[in-house]
Structures are given as C-alpha cells and as structure tokens.
Design a protein around this ligand. Sequence first.
Ligand SMILES: Nc1ncnc2c1ncn2[C@@H]1O[C@H](COP(=O)(O)OP(=O)(O)O)[C@@H](O)[C@H]1O
Ligand SMILES: [Mg+2]
Length: 312
Amino acid sequence: MSDAVVEIDNVTKTYDTIVAVDSVSLRVPQGQTLGLIGPNGAGKTTLLRLIASLAKSDCGDIRVDGESVSRHPRSVRKKLGFMPAEFGSPRNLSIGEYLEYFGCMYGIPRSERPLRIKDVCELTDLSGREEVMVKGLSTGNRQRLLLAKTLLHDPQVLVLDEPASGLDPRARTELRTIVRELAAMGKTIIISSHILSDIEEISDRVGILEAGQLVLDGDLTELRSQYGATKRVVKLRVPTDKIEQAMQVVTNLEGVSSCERRDHSLVISCDEEDCNFILEAILKHGIRVLQFAEDEPDLEEIFMRSTAGKVT
Ligand SMILES: Nc1ncnc2c1ncn2[C@@H]1O[C@H](COP(=O)(O)OP(=O)(O)O)[C@@H](O)[C@H]1O
Ligand SMILES: [Mg+2]
C-alpha cells in the first residue's frame, strides 16, 4: 500500500521477559481511522508510544509519512500528535494558560499561538472556557483539553490512547463526533480501546492486538462481511428442563456453526439466511419454544472467536 501514512514493519518491543509488542506489521492509509482493539496488557499503549517515537523498538521499523521514527524522531513528532491515556500535566492553570504553555513547549511562535488555541478550542468544543481552571474539570472536559493540546501543532497523524476511557455515554458520543470531524479534515488517526463497539462506528480499519500480537487487521467493512454478515444469530428459549436436549438437537443441525448456552437461552450462530429450520427441528422434537428471536451478530464476539487460539 503506497499511500500508507503509518507503516509498521515487524516491530517488537520487550520489557525484561515481557514481549509487549511481538512482530507487529501494520499499515494505515492516508486519511483513514484505525481502531486498535485489545484487552488490558495487550500492548496497545506500547505500540502507540513506539509510533509516537516515545519508546524505542528492539527491532523492526516504523515510518510516519515516509520518515523513520527511530532515525528522524523530531520530524515525526512534528507530523504526529499523541494523546496519552493519562492526564499527567500541570493542573494549576486555566485552559487558556495550559494551551499557551504547551504551544510554547511545541515551539509554536508566540504570534501564531492565539489563533492555534482558538482553532483547537473550537474543534474540541472548549471555546469560551479558556478562563476555566484545569483542576476542577470533569473527565469529559479533561479529555477534550488533552485532545486540544494534541492538536496544537496541527499534526497530520493523530495517535489517541484510549481517549474514551472513563467517560460517560454522553461524553463518549461527543468524543466520537470530534474524532469524526478530525477524520473529515483528512487526518490519519489511530485510536485504541479495549472495546470494539466503542470505536467501531468511527473506524475504517480495525486491528486486534492480543498478548502483543496483531491477530487480525483489515478494512472494517470487509471484515464485517467476512465474519459477520454471512452469519445470523438467533436466541432460543425453551423450558429449563429441555435446554440440554434442545442444545443437542441444534448442535447436530447442518447450517449451525455454534450453539452456546447463555443463562436460560441458547445463542445460535447460523450460516443460512433463513434460520427457521432450527425452529422446525426443535418443534419436531416436541420441545416447547418460549422465545425464538434474531439477535444482532456481535462483531466483537465473532472477531474474538475467529482469533481465539492464535495466541498461545
Ligand atoms: N515501562 C514498562 N516496563 C515494564 N513492562 C511494561 C512497561 N510498559 C508496559 N509493560 C508491559 O507490557 C505489556 C503491554 O502493556 P501495554 O502496552 O500498557 O498494554 P495495553 O495498553 O494494551 O494495556 C504489559 O504486560 C505491561 O505490563
Ligand atoms: Mg494502555
């Protein structure tokens, strides 16, 4: 992919005996948003810090806009904005002072700072709050301020480490809207989360990290049709004393790819467009049906199932 802005080739990073990032290769095309998904400890932060040239890989290479992060870290940092997961910055300032302070740190000329600050405040919905102190900010506003800071030098690539973590549903939605706006401006974005559903809507691509390894990556629409759309999920509820029997009947049916017991129901993945054959088989065995309904295929579950066992 020649139009990739972020190119990661076979990168490994170890801490003592822990392989935090294990031979990862990944491409993010210009203007696309990549969702990097993985449970705690999967290596997301480590990978993002490597991309942002804040840590050094043991081997492999990362290029941002064609420039190697290990050989040209300064020039990469000019093109890239990194939003860390934690807000470890001075709090005894107002929003305006805070942005002024980081604008200065980033080397933005004094004369340009007011306009840049005005722009980033508009982008992150902080306009009019420049006088508010950082100290008492809600988590939502603090994340916006952290994002505003990340945008100060107008980077073309944004690397956001779990920006939605700790936010309430409303603040999450607002954050998604802002990220979508940034994507519409043509930014290339890498955003991490431990929940796929959190960033599914805003991602063009997704990469799943497990124990340092990239177990799945690709275009979300393609992955969805590959793993999701061909499968339908139905929920079947029968009397409790019949659940074992129903499970046996369903598992033996051709066209059923999985059947799992969840509480008092069976959750069945079915390869066919029309899942009524399941209902018919159950009824034929004289089992009473309390509920038979189609469920949204849970993309995350499908991904996780498809990647299960790849990491040992
Ligand atoms: N500075 C460090 N020193 C030692 N181990 C680390 C350090 N940073 C991360 N790790 C280890 O690397 C693994 C990946 O961590 P991390 O990249 O923070 O994962 P994630 O962000 O997905 O939760 C974990 O096992 C973590 O304990
Ligand atoms: Mg992390």
